[in-house]
Write a protein that binds this ligand. Structure first.
Ligand code: FEO
Ligand code: CA
Ligand code: CA
Ligand code: CA
Length: 740
């Protein structure tokens, strides 16, 4: 979601809870760079053709490393030969000439025929049987003609997608009913419109369409029962009235980025969940009395002070499904928390795993991967006999970049296991969690977060009770070791051949040359702080447009504890100062702001970059670009001299018109997010989130911020339709791969 403006009263999407005094830089390490290829394989020549003529030195993974890499079958073609899409404020999806964009699933569309068709009047209910709202991260799971898991199928699939949050105005006939208490039936719709959808799509005539009533179709909502797995399972800080053993919770909330495991399951990241829980005035004092002040330290670090909840769901009635949203400690109840919901908030904030191929499979929160404002989860390219690394970002201002390394080594047969949930237990419940330190010389360190690390164990600010506590309060452990405060880490993605990992830093309104209070000072990996003018005179400060950092693990090892980094791209307006802002020299066909979604195509190797912007939106709607990046270290040092201070950063090679180009611009007030592709690379699905979200009233349809996709002929409403989030299928008219 767009998060550019400074908070006014309570901002449920921003947190400035990182008040740790972590040093910006650490002592320079002796980096041990290895120049050897990261992955083994023997298709280097084919890769060069497939990657548009770039001279990549690494090779693709062999078939024994996991699912077959379709890039091996790629024909000679020139990537990025499409005409760049111009920046636009048009209320439509714009793609290059020769491409077609088709809506395939919008908010409220039914997944099951036992509920009424979507109507354009806010009267639908039962969102547990329909597409949820605010489509976000998305993954593709192939199905064979007979309905068996088939990673190579480009004709039939399941899309697993997140429904991050809601635009309440459009979900009800007249918007949310005003009053001190929420209407229960409206809250039911809103809770159900959150979560995750699994939906089957089948290709006929070259185009995918939704299969209503597929036995695979599934909705996981804000109320679904989910198992706690990993080190925090059964922890004292997870006990609730619902789960007195601390082994279950309900719902997955504010699901933002996704990941796809090498064994064919969906990972969903729970992002801005803290605001969903009501915390009454006086709760901090009561917690101090009953639990000790450490309980408040923990909540404060996750941005949950006393105050109202985001949607006031706790006011809808005394039923348990509403009462659970009130996390206020009841001093008359059991001290261990088993009679109220004082610890309910600790059930959110994880990477949650769903087996899409079984609509009744057990869903698990993988607590070993830490509890933060999760975005995507990107795996290292699997290598037989080596552990798997999972890369993750924590999206708030000044938060950190993380890596989980599995205890188990990858086994080829696990690419198509009999029991995918048990395979998740194997790789995601045991391992080590690390946080990143980016050093000024272009090296970096992964620092372990566990009680095995004395710095964590002896942290003065917060005393961890056990390893489960470290998993639940990851941010505090990362503070303890002095991790590098980043410009809001959003998605990450692993390059399919080099194995280098790219992290979007979407923007940071708190980055300053001379910081004060909760602001962060410039450093080598977050070197920009500047002023940008939006519209006529609105001024924006900090790292307004964001950047993309990438890392190369030492020796290409997933378990490496050192890496090298540089900045792949700096977001900027093309007309901005080249010496401070437009460092990557982006042209009119390439300029962008606030990178968020980032996914590498396994077919073409294209780095798809999606934006969630509020800074450049006076000129253009949010967009998606296609990049063909090089490698860490292919650029040069750049020094930014601000007068009051200077900083030298490691910048990647500047893009050319052959290596970066705008591919798509979305409708008004949307964010472009989520990307899933068919293995043959010929169909790309993307999500358009929250078009028209700035609409303030339903009274006059002419004043809606967007009418998409009704105005493009999808669903009811036409040119005065209520706007809807939607999944868009992109195809090339000549049948070629997307991005060629
Ligand atoms: Fe849901 Fe950080 O974007
Ligand atoms: Ca975002
Ligand atoms: Ca501007
Ligand atoms: Ca995001």
């Amino acid at each position: 979601m767009t998060k550019q403006a400074a908070p006014t009263v309570i901002d449920f999407d921003h947190e400035d809870s990182n008040t740790s005094n972590n040093p910006t830089f650490d002592s320079v390490l002796q980096a041990r760079l290895s120049r050897r290829n990261i992955l083994r394989g023997s298709i280097g020549t084919a890769m060069t053709a497939a990657f548009g003529g770039l001279s990549l030195t690494a090779c693709g993974g062999g078939s024994d490393d996991g699912p077959a890499n379709p890039v091996q079958d790629a024909v000679q073609e020139t990537l990025l030969s499409f005409g760049a899409v111009a920046k636009t404020l048009a209320d439509t999806v714009t793609v290059p000439a020769g491409y077609t964009a088709t809506v395939v699933l919008a908010t409220g569309d039914r997944l099951f025929s036992d509920v009424a068709e979507y109507k354009d009047d806010g009267t639908n209910n039962r969102y547990d049987r329909r597409s949820g709202d605010c489509h976000d991260g998305m993954e593709y799971f192939g199905l064979s003609a007979t309905g068996a898991p088939d990673a190579n199928s480009s004709d039939r699939c399941l899309l697993g997608m997140n429904h991050e949050y809601i635009t309440p105005l459009f979900l009800h006939a007249n918007g949310p009913t005003a009053g001190a208490s929420r209407v229960a039936s409206e809250v039911d719709i809103e809770v159900d419109a959150h979560g995750v959808a699994i939906a089957e799509f089948k290709k006929t005539g070259g185009k995918f369409g939704l299969v209503v009533d597929s036995t695979f179709n599934r909705r996981i909502t804000g109320l679904s029962t989910i198992e706690i797995s990993g080190p925090a399972r059964g922890n004292a800080k997870l006990k609730t009235k619902f789960s007195t053993t601390g082994t279950q919770t309900r719902g997955t909330l504010n699901n933002c980025g996704t990941g796809k495991t090498p064994w064919g399951t969906l990972l969903t990241g729970e992002e801005n969940w803290a605001g969903y829980f009501y915390r009454a005035s006086g709760d901090a004092a009561n917690r101090t009395t009953v639990l000790g002040n450490q309980a408040n330290v923990a909540l404060t670090r996750y941005g949950r002070g006393e105050g109202a909840s985001r949607y006031n769901w706790e006011t809808a009635g005394s039923e348990d499904k509403y009462a659970r949203w009130n996390m206020t400690l009841d001093t008359t109840k059991a001290a261990d928390g088993t009679e109220d919901y004082r610890f309910e908030i600790n059930g959110q904030g994880y990477i949650t795993e769903i087996d899409p191929y079984n609509a009744t499979s057990t869903i698990k929160k993988r607590t070993a991967l830490g509890r933060v404002a999760h975005e995507s989860a990107a795996f290292s390219n699997p290598v037989v006999g080596k552990p798997l690394a999972v890369y993750m970002g924590d999206d708030s201002r000044g938060e950190y970049v993380y890596k989980f390394v599995s205890a188990a080594n990858w086994v080829a047969a696990d690419a198509n296991p009999a029991d995918r949930v048990a395979t998740g237990d194997k790789y995601l419940d045991s391992g080590k969690l690390y946080v990143a330190k980016f050093n000024s010389d272009g090296t970096g360190n992964w620092v372990e977060l566990s009680l095995n690390n004395d710095t964590v164990k002896n942290y003065a600010t917060y005393v961890f009770a056990d390893e489960g506590d470290v998993a639940i309060h990851t941010r505090l452990a990362a503070d303890a070791v002095g991790a590098t405060k980043m410009d809001r880490p959003e998605w990450c993605g692993t390059h399919p051949t080099t194995g280098e990992v790219y992290f979007t830093m979407t923007n940071n309104s708190n980055r300053r040359v001379s910081p004060s209070g909760s602001q962060q000072g410039i450093d080598a990996a977050n070197p920009r702080a500047y002023t940008d003018i939006k519209g006529v005179s609105s001024s924006q400060q900090g790292n307004v447009n964001g950047h993309i950092v990438r890392i190369k693990e030492t020796g290409g090892e997933p378990g490496a504890t050192t890496f090298n980094w540089d900045v792949y791209l700096f977001g900027a307006e093309s007309a901005a100062s080249p010496s401070f802002v437009n460092l990557s020299s982006l042209t009119d066909d390439q300029d962008f702001s606030s990178p968020d979604g980032l996914v590498f195509s396994k077919s073409t190797g294209i780095c798809w970059i999606q934006t969630d912007d509020g800074a450049y939106t006076d000129v253009t709607n949010c967009m998606m670009l296609a990049g063909i990046p090089g490698t860490v270290g292919d650029g040069a040092d750049v020094t930014l001299n601000y007068g009051a201070a200077s900083v030298t950063t490691k910048m990647g090679k500047k893009p050319t018109e052959s290596t970066l180009k705008r591919f798509l611009v979305g409708p008004s007030q949307c964010e472009i997010t989520g990307l899933a592709e068919s293995p043959d690379g010929k169909v790309l699905f993307i999500n358009v989130q929250h078009p028209g979200e700035d609409t303030s009233s339903l009274a006059n349809p002419a004043t809606y911020g967007s009418h998409w996709p009704g105005n493009s002929g999808y669903g009811a409403g036409g040119n005065v339709a209520r706007p809807r989030s939607a999944t868009v299928m992109i195809t090339k008219n000549d049948g070629g791969r997307i991005g060629s």
